[in-house]
Design a protein. Structure first.
Length: 63
């Protein structure tokens, strides 16, 4: 029974911190666009092709 006097306030603090972190994430836009990241995995190949320099650009830079 004595342990409940310690565990209940600790549990309340954990819940309060969790709610505070959730509200912070919502305010900072973490949940604004959930579909963008879901679709980005499908478009990853296209982005990788754009980032890699073409063979002619590699040869021009070596001079």
């Amino acid at each position: 029974m004595d342990s409940l006097y310690l565990l209940i306030p600790i549990a309340i603090v954990f819940v309060a911190v969790g709610i505070k972190l959730l509200l912070w994430a919502i305010d900072n836009g973490q949940y604004d666009d959930l579909d963008k990241e879901a679709w980005s995995i499908l478009n990853e190949d296209k982005r990788a092709e754009k980032k890699q320099p073409s063979q002619s650009q590699v040869n021009d830079d070596s001079h």
